[in-house]
Design a protein around this ligand. Structure first.
Ligand SMILES: Nc1nc2c(c(=O)[nH]1)N[C@H]1C(S)=C(S)[C@@H](COP(=O)(O)O)O[C@H]1N2
Ligand SMILES: [Mo]
Length: 441
């Protein structure tokens, strides 16, 4: 029976079958290497998951794992780690450094607008930011599901296509990961983000569908594989090749953007300049930075980023892991430092943001007493799909001592943030209500 590869669940089952039969191409990675990693990595704390991750630094999180990433820079002292390879300044008030990555401090968003300013947008790099020049940037679109040979697009040609502009978040699949450990006592591998591996920007670019049509995409197309121009990722002695993750052709032709502007500026180097992929609502790894070529394939494609990584593994998951992750989940964050001290009897405005990959945010409730009483937050944005909503609640603390602030979002599908997130070994898609500690003095 023919399989409808535009249906995501059928598509994934077909992929797994083809993989098992050894028919699938491994798209650039030696298949024996991948199988070796699979064999070792399907168990808890797979070495690939651990090794791709940057050292965890949050208190109580997984201890740092030695990595084989090509980032030999060593911080001068353990207390002042560098983020090797990030170009923009990373002042400690704006960012918390985590290995090759920089997490936005949510407190630094207070008073900023709906869009995350470029100087505080988080950076997640597998290796280092490459410096590419728009003048000699080329995008090659190729593969056996095109009607002809490879088609090249220069930067100017891309900019001459009809432009689209959308306000969208990019959020790492591992955002909130550290709370699996600090709030749920569970072991997970990967960068110990708190809630700042997200940013919202106004993206301007060409539609991927326009580019694919001009390149001669045919009805045979199944997978579309954008690949970055940053360095190859080497982990545990295995070269995984360049960062790349297939998109089902249905998503690629739907709403994906090849972005060359971010908040009205040419796309900055750290965020994929001159051109990156932006995949609305989906986990950050889908939005390939520094895109250099795109394969359009008539068969399902496999890379480490849709097989061993970015799927859910663990006792509550199917033995071969979940389907490759697509949409982001639901979260809320206060624009306040964790552990802040606040004066008693003084009214202050608690502010924060909530977002969902599934639908506009419908309601946000806040508790200032550890979850006993809840009040509805006031919105400062019209909730929209693909972006966050800013909110506030006034608070006059009446008793001194430690307490926890909680914010709980419900989206327009009716889904509410749960008390506990479903554990998975690589700590993806944390969605539970976060307890934000403060002390009233
Ligand atoms: N080429 C390339 N694309 C990439 C990455 C990368 O390391 N290399 N990181 C991915 C991940 S895991 C995330 S979460 C987002 C982060 O985007 P940002 O650094 O612009 O915030 O980019 C994605 N695209
Ligand atoms: Mo990510």
């Amino acid at each position: 029976m023919p399989v409808d590869l535009s249906d995501e669940s059928q598509y994934d089952r077909a992929r797994l079958r083809q993989w098992a039969r050894g028919r699938a191409r491994s798209a650039g990675v030696d298949r024996r290497d991948l199988l070796r990693l699979f064999a070792a990595g399907a168990a808890a704390a797979g070495p690939l998951g651990a090794a791709v991750a940057a050292p965890a630094r949050a208190a109580g999180a997984t201890p740092a794992t030695p990595t084989a990433l090509a980032t030999p820079t060593t911080p001068a002292t353990p207390a002042a780690p560098a983020a090797p390879g990030i170009v923009k300044p990373l002042p400690p008030e704006l960012f918390t450094l985590r290995g090759t990555n920089a997490e936005t401090n949510f407190a630094a968003l207070r008073g900023t607008g709906h869009l995350t300013p470029l100087d505080r947008f988080f950076v997640r790099n597998h290796t280092v930011t490459p410096r590419l020049d728009a003048a000699d940037w080329r995008l090659s679109v190729w593969g056996d599901a095109l009607s002809g040979g490879p088609v090249e697009f220069s930067y100017d040609r891309l900019r001459s296509l009809p432009a689209v502009e959308r306000t969208l978040f990019i959020e790492c699949a591992g955002n909130g990961r550290s709370f699996y450990t600090t709030q749920q006592g569970q072991t997970v591998t990967g960068t110990a983000w708190t809630l700042g591996a997200i940013g919202v920007a106004r993206w301007r670019g060409a539609r991927l569908s326009d580019v694919l049509r001009r390149a001669g995409v045919t009805r045979r197309a199944v997978d579309v594989l954008p690949r970055g121009r940053d360095d190859e990722v080497v982990t545990n002695g295995v070269n995984l090749g360049r960062v790349r993750r297939p998109l089902p052709v249905s998503k690629a032709l739907d709403d994906v953007i090849l972005a060359y502007e971010m908040n009205g500026e040419p796309l900055p180097a750290d965020h994929g300049g001159p051109v990156r992929v932006v995949v609305p609502d989906w986990i950050g790894i889908s939005s390939i930075k520094w895109v250099g070529d795109i394969e359009v394939s008539a068969e399902p494609l496999y890379t480490p980023w849709n097989t061993d990584l970015y799927r859910l593994f663990g006792p509550d998951q199917p033995p071969q892991g979940s389907a490759p992750l697509t949409r982001q989940t639901l979260k809320s964050a206060f624009e306040l430092q964790s552990g802040a001290t606040v004066p008693v009897h003084r009214t202050r405005l608690l502010t924060g943001r909530s977002w969902s990959g599934a639908a506009p945010v419908h309601r946000v409730e806040v508790s200032t007493d550890g979850g006993t009483h809840w009040q509805r937050a006031r919105f400062h944005d019209v909730p929209r799909r693909g972006s966050w909503v800013r909110w506030s609640v006034p608070w006059t603390p009446r008793t001194t001592g430690p307490t926890a602030l909680l914010a709980r979002a419900t989206d327009a599908t009716g889904r509410t943030q749960p008390d506990t997130a479903a554990h998975n070994t690589q700590g993806y898609l944390f969605d539970a209500v976060v307890r934000h500690p403060v002390t009233v003095v």
